[in-house]
Design a protein around this ligand. Structure first.
Ligand SMILES: Cc1cc2nc3c(=O)[nH]c(=O)nc-3n(C[C@H](O)[C@H](O)[C@H](O)COP(=O)(O)O)c2cc1C
Length: 189
């Protein structure tokens, strides 16, 4: 299956080849050492005032944390994401060191997650970010409290058979990836 981005200009292979599958191989196992480089890359993301507001909680398929995350997945995510080898909870600190609102808390977390996904891709893993989960329930289940906020999840694993997905999802799984034209998203290039 070729999901490589069809680009208007040449870009790095890792960026072109990253995509978000929903077909994960439920037999492929991940261990902490597999994901350490991706978390290392996430750690080295830039952030406003170098506050590094991000924190991550990772569950590996079969452990208690993974089970708690799976319980709070919404809708269709509950169908495919449990096949991932690991589920990562992406959390940010909404306050600065002086207790003020950190306007860049979620921005910086997203940038750190982007570093995570690129390094994971470079290491041969597939990633799929998710916003579809019960954030309140997961916040309680994982004992996360203010000023920390769960923002998103990342499924990480090995590519599985798209035929295991419900029929209506197979087309998007195997079809080409789409983006707005560059001229629409950049002014002045
Ligand atoms: C913050 C965020 C939330 C997302 N939430 C979901 C989700 O709940 N379920 C899902 O299947 N995909 C989700 N996605 C995946 C996007 O749909 C996907 O990244 C987008 O369609 C582009 O596809 P690509 O990553 O393969 O290029 C999410 C992505 C991001 C960044």
């Amino acid at each position: 299956m070729n999901k490589r981005a069809i680009t208007e200009h040449p870009i790095h292979d890792i960026v072109a080849n990253r995509w978000s599958p929903r077909s994960f191989d439920p037999t492929a196992v991940l261990v902490p050492a597999d994901l350490a480089p991706a978390f290392e890359a996430a750690r080295w993301a830039p952030s406003a005032n170098n506050l590094q507001p991000w924190r991550y909680i990772v569950g590996f398929r079969g452990d208690e944390t993974f089970g708690k995350i799976v319980e709070d997945l919404s809708g269709f995510n509950a169908g495919w994401a449990p096949d991932a080898g690991a589920l990562v909870v992406a959390i940010t600190n909404t306050l600065t060191a002086s207790g003020r609102d950190n306007a860049y808390a979620r921005y910086d977390l997203g940038q750190s997650v982007a570093h995570f996904t690129i390094q994971a891709t470079a290491n041969g893993h597939m990633t799929h970010q998710m916003g579809g989960f019960d954030v309140d329930a997961l916040t309680i289940a994982l004992g996360v409290s203010e000023p920390w906020e769960i923002v998103s999840l990342i499924a990480v694993g090995a590519l599985g058979d798209p035929n295991r997905l419900p029929e209506e999802r197979r087309e998007s799984e195997t079809g080409p990836r789409e983006r707005k034209p560059l001229a629409e998203v950049v002014t002045g290039l």
